[in-house]
Ligand binder design. Structure first.
Ligand SMILES: O=P(O)(O)OC[C@H]1O[C@H](OP(=O)(O)OP(=O)(O)O)[C@H](O)[C@@H]1O
Ligand SMILES: Nc1nc2[nH]cnc2c(=O)[nH]1
Ligand SMILES: [Mg+2]
Length: 160
């Protein structure tokens, strides 16, 4: 299990995706964007809007069966990004790189694409071309779609 959790709110995610879009502007126009499902779908939508890019393809990869690093499986591509060819001129977007295993598989399919993500853990960093923020390896990122607001009892009630 991860020792720590980092909660990302919708506002934070939107801000970080816009920050990534702003940095990506320097690379000129992309022919299209490939979202790595499912985590890359919402970041890719925000970035496509900011870059005014209408061609959005997806690659569907399954890597984790649960909510911790222990639930990692060998990544399986269950839908190919046919419209992106070998990735030339395309931008690939995922929410994060952790071990980097998903990114490696995606890069095998799209070797000429530019790979970018919002968050990167140290082991994943060598497998992404660009990211917004580094997160410690022992931290599990909780995305807004993973969480819900919950009632928390006042501290005073926990004393007994
Ligand atoms: O660098 P790695 O160790 O491979 O981990 C990163 C990948 O894991 C998560 O996807 P997941 O397989 O959980 O599927 P999901 O995007 O559908 O939630 C995340 O969205 C990345 O794609
Ligand atoms: N939600 C989430 N999915 C992941 N997949 C691999 N690492 C992570 C993480 O830290 N958070
Ligand atoms: Mg994913």
């Amino acid at each position: 299990m991860a020792t720590n959790y980092a909660t990302v709110t919708w506002d934070q995610l939107h801000r970080d995706a816009r920050t990534l879009a702003s940095a990506l502007m320097a690379r000129g126009e992309f022919k299209g964007i490939v979202a790595v499902t499912r985590g890359g779908l919402i970041p890719a939508a925000i970035i496509a809007r900011e870059l005014d890019c209408r061609l959005v393809e997806s690659i569907s990869v399954i890597s984790y069966a649960g909510e911790s690093a222990q639930d990692q499986r060998v990544p399986q591509v269950v839908k190919a990004p046919v419209a992106a060819g070998d990735g030339e001129g395309f931008l690939v977007i995922d929410d994060l790189v952790d071990s980097g295993e998903t990114a490696k598989v995606v890069r095998d399919v799209l070797p000429k694409a530019h790979f970018a993500c919002l968050y990167a853990k140290p082991n994943g960093k060598p497998h992404t071309d660009q990211y917004v923020m580094e997160v410690a390896q022992d931290t599990w990122v909780l995305f807004p779609w993973d969480t819900a607001p919950l009632f928390v009892p006042p501290l005073a009630r926990n004393l007994g």
